[in-house]
Design a protein around this ligand. Sequence first.
Ligand code: C2E
Ligand code: CA
Ligand code: CA
Length: 828
Amino acid sequence: MRLHAKVLLVVVPLAVIPLLILGWLAYDQLRSTAVERSSIQMTTLMDQMARNFQMHQDVAKANAKLFADASLMRAYALTEDEEERYVLMLPSLLKLFSSYLRAYPDYTEIRFLLPDGYEDARTTLIPIPNITEEEGETPFFQELSRFKGDAFVQVSTPPDSYTVSLQVARPVRLIDLATQDPLNGKPALRGYLVVTMGLGFMAEQMAGSRMGENGHTLIVNSDGKILFHHDPSQLGQTISAPLLKKALGTGKGEELVPTLYQEADSLLATRRLHEGLLLIGILPKEELLEESQRLGNSVGWIVLGTIVLLIFALLISMNVLMVRPLKQLMGAVREIGRGNLAPTIALSTSDELGKLGLSFQEMAGNLEKSRVRVERLAYHDSLTGLPNRFRAHETLRCMISLAHRESRRMAVLFLDLDNFKRVNDTLGHQVGDQLLMEMAIRLQVVLRAEDVIHQEVSQNTLDVLARLGGDEFVVLLSNVSSSRDAAKVASRILDIMKLPFYFNENEIYSGCSIGISLFPSDGSDVDDLIKRADAAMYQAKSQGRNNFQFYSASYNLAALEHISLEGRLRRALKNNELVLYYQPLVQARTGKIVGLEALLRWNDPLDGIIPPDRFIPVAEESGLILPLGEWVLREAGRQLSTWHAAGFTDACVSVNVSAIQLQRQDLVTIVDQVLKDNGLRPWQLELEITETALMRIRPEVIGDLNAMRRKGVTISLDDFGTGYSSLSLLQELPIGKLKIDKSFVRDMLVDPKDAAIVSAVLFIAKSLGLQSTAEGVETPEQAARLAEEGCDQLQGYLLCRPLPVAEMTEFLKSRKNIEIPQATLKTY
Ligand code: C2E
Ligand code: CA
Ligand code: CA
């Protein structure tokens, strides 16, 4: 179950149940208050009505006594002579009755009945016909005649009326003073004084005391007949027997009792106004509860709203305070689980969760530290700090796939110290360890130098050194252009290992044997490459140690030659075995010599003249090209000034410059010195750079070329057409001349494609305002065709082969002042 649900399950009932109870209690309280209020209202009203009735009745009783005791009444009652009574006294009596009626407008009739029920005198407030004069048989009189008390009261319809009224009768008992002694005489009944009072005041009070829509009072007689009701249609109807029974059974002190009235649940209250006169209060329950229901509804809605708000607030605060931070922590733990030991836990809270987040971060940090430590231990050699066998294999696997993708070649060098065992046995393990550590340092130095050279050519390729165990090391060269590169590194390692090691005043010589395997030719997986390099290493050991061997024997020969050539070239430079030959450049139009290209030769005491194609690459790879190139520049400059001194002032000198010189030598300074030392003008020096070299140089070097160009030194693009320089590049670079490669010139008269290239190059040169030279011109036809197409200068065996200084001097002399006519040009 989700956290949300769990917390809701616990908290919501805790909050909701009390709320519900509270709501119910409030509702119940409100309801009972409403009922109580209504019942008080009802009972108060009914008490009021009962009191009112009682009051009227009491007043009527008192008045009846008052009226009966009036002297005129008494005199009248005692007068037996009918004539006297009716003629003399009656008018006065009726007048008296009228004055009473006017004083009490509630009274509708006052009459005097004789003891036999005969209505003797009668007065009404308003004219009411006198229907019954003999009342002796009426129920009212029957009861009255049986009555022995002072005041007889009955609610009924009087004989001459249609409305229910209150009749208060007072027997008139008098002592006849004419015949009896006033003290001992016995009073005799002379008749009854009856005051009739209308109950309109009750009806008025009932009409004005309705409660709510249907709450009301009614008055019934003992038979249940409705005597008063605010609704006239109900008058005369009879209430149901059970209701009457209930009403009769309800005492004064009792509260409202539930009952059924006109098929509606109601509350009933009863007051007995008089014998046979009941005041009934009816309060329909529904109406009574309506208000409390309204209140109950409000309470219900408030409770519901509070619950919803509570849940909402609870969810939000849980989300903010718990769930979100927990999710972040969960995410972080998952990250840690996946191996990301620097998870971001952005908890800003300072509560327990915030602290937990900090603990997680700390834990991750510690895990990371131990991971690094474990990795170091697992993948590194503890003695030298170099990657160990596992790491070497892993790295090699990566290198192989990368090299595979980029179609690069790689080399694995397997190294083994030649006399490590002896050092260990004789000088102890400590010295052995020191030897290994020193060896690791030396190997790293060699590789670092190697990487510096490498990176000029290609980025992102770093070589790796690892210790496989014991005195075995492996070097992984990630990018070699040929087996020679690997051989070069191997021979450098051998060179550096030839230097003695010094430990505790011991001088130790410890060469090593190296086996080399190449990717992809010797294998394309880790095991093959390592196994084969190892095998080659044993081969090296068997060859007498302190040397290197390729796994494929064919490479050994080439490597050998390369290595030996490098050494010999180094010596040749020292022993001045290098010489410059010169080849003239002539103006195509006039045949005049306008330049001399310096071409390097190696005059080996054993092999004789060695051409530059064979040793320039070795010089470039070994870095020997730097001193060598500088020597050529200085020598060519010096030679030109000599020729100038001898009178050959028209020619300038062209010197071939390697890309490596441009990149790693301050060529600008050297050129400045050469010009200054030999008193040459800048335009008398031309630098030839091959198109392919120029395209590969780094952008920083272009600044140097610009500087020289600005001085006036001509930059020629050599072997033009063999590279793939774009026209835009030609425009950007500070070039003054294009030299069409001799391969195009050679076949231009037989191969239309070459002819087209020659024409195109000449066209480009002209368009960009560049000079043009064609090299390798061997036949007059080629010369004529080139001149025709507008080539500025020609160079080649047709005019002159490259010659040493002495012969070139002779040649220049023989050519001096000889103007070559246009026609003869064709006959070269
Ligand atoms: P490159 O600069 O293209 O020199 C022209 C090459 O063509 C020279 O070869 C020259 O002897 C040869 N040659 C001249 N006329 C003809 C001809 O009519 N037919 C034929 N087939 N070849 C002709 P070389 O002297 O063997 O030089 C070869 C390359 O060595 C040069 O090519 C140049 O790139 C490089 N090189 C020569 N001297 C130096 C130098 O001092 N420094 C540098 N960095 N490179 C040099
Ligand atoms: Ca050249
Ligand atoms: Ca060339």
